[in-house]
Design a protein. Structure first.
Length: 363
């Protein structure tokens, strides 16, 4: 039953919440993108809720009580938005499993999606590489010294109902360490363990590996669509190259590939493996819109806000670096395309993340 609950919280709930971004202008958003952005939405909510109770030295139970209610409301609002968009466009009937990767491709005369040999080969290679990584995450073990703190924090939060006030290296209590308290990714793991009954180590070492690695490929698939359009062969080749880099990218313990495959239960892996690629994907999307002289929709700035808050969830410094990337990219786009209104909208979307950075400096 615990794994069914995890499936609901990690797959179904984000998918429902992501329906908030399925508008009439964005009616062709793929199912995978809806799941992806819905999870960033829920992560952003958790960052705000958890930090509030951590600074009050509250309990995990209090975080659960508020976060569950807000998350369910987000999922319901996403379903309502999806239903409204479906009624306005009549597109609900066109959803299919092909939407995971091929939404927008031209169908053949039989109603399917035409596949060419040069597309099938890289798709099969990627599927095998992805499967090998999933099996390695399930059956192999990774020993990392940082687990002595991060996973201990998650386990203590789940068992003792305290957050960052217990000395996990020895015994007794300690003052809040704001370097960690403002980035409560281990508390999110503790939350998942609390609601499901599955041990924090199982969630951190196995479940999150499966989910987050797959989610990173969804991000690169979205990036490939922005770069190569409907050229499916190039998109699959991009995923193959990314998968190869993941498998053989462990040239040191501090590469993004090592973080994602070997240390997914740590917030820095979330920032390196998902947050930065997601922000780059969003920036490329906005740049393409400007190149095609299209208006930048409000949802892009909302997504940027959620990505920045997710960066703060994983790492206080990581969130600051994501803000720096976002601001630098918008400045270059504004200068290059002479769209100065990008700057004030971008600043507004970064304000929540800036608040957490200021909190860190003050404390």
């Amino acid at each position: 039953m615990g794994y069914v609950i995890l499936f609901g919280w990690l797959i179904l709930l984000p998918f429902c919440a992501g329906g908030l971004f399925r508008t009439v202008k964005n009616k062709n958003m793929s199912l995978s993108a809806q799941w992806l952005w819905g999870q960033f939405y829920l992560w952003a909510i958790f960052q705000v809720v958890a930090v509030h109770f951590i600074l009050k030295e509250g309990t995990l139970t209090e975080v659960m009580r508020v976060y569950v209610i807000v998350s369910v409301c987000a999922a319901v609002s996403g379903l309502i938005a999806t239903g409204k968009t479906a009624m306005d466009t009549g597109s609900l009937g066109r959803w299919s499993l092909r939407g995971l990767w091929t939404k927008g491709d031209k169908p053949d005369t039989n109603g399917g999606t035409m596949w060419k040999k040069e597309e099938i080969i890289p798709a099969v290679i990627f599927a095998l590489l992805w499967l090998a990584q999933m099996l390695a995450i399930i059956f192999l073990a990774v020993n990392d010294g940082d687990d002595a703190y991060y996973m201990a924090i998650a386990n203590v939060a789940e068992s003792a109902d305290t957050m960052y006030t217990a000395n996990v290296y020895a015994f007794g209590n300690t003052e809040l360490t704001y370097r960690y308290a403002l980035a409560p990714f281990p508390i999110w793991i503790a939350f998942l363990s609390k609601i499901s009954g599955v041990h924090t180590l199982v969630i951190g070492h196995v479940i999150l590996g499966l989910i987050l690695v797959t989610m990173s490929y969804v991000i690169y698939a979205r990036t490939g669509r922005e770069l190569f359009g409907e050229n499916r062969c190039k998109r699959w080749m991009l995923l193959v190259f990314v998968a190869i880099l993941y498998v053989w990218g462990n040239t040191s313990s501090h590469t993004a590939e090592s973080f994602l495959l070997l240390r997914t239960r740590q917030g820095k892996a979330l920032v390196a493996g998902l947050v930065f690629p997601a922000m780059i994907c969003l920036i490329i999307k906005m740049g393409r819109c400007l190149e095609e002289q299209k208006k930048i929709s409000t949802e892009n700035y909302l997504l940027a806000m959620m990505i920045i808050l997710t960066g703060c969830l994983g790492s206080t410094l990581g969130g600051s670096l994501v803000i720096l990337l976002w601001g630098s990219a918008l400045l270059l786009l504004a200068i290059g395309y002479r769209k100065w209104n990008l700057l004030w909208a971008g600043v507004l979307s970064a304000v929540p993340g800036i608040i957490f950075a200021i909190l860190y400096l003050i404390r």
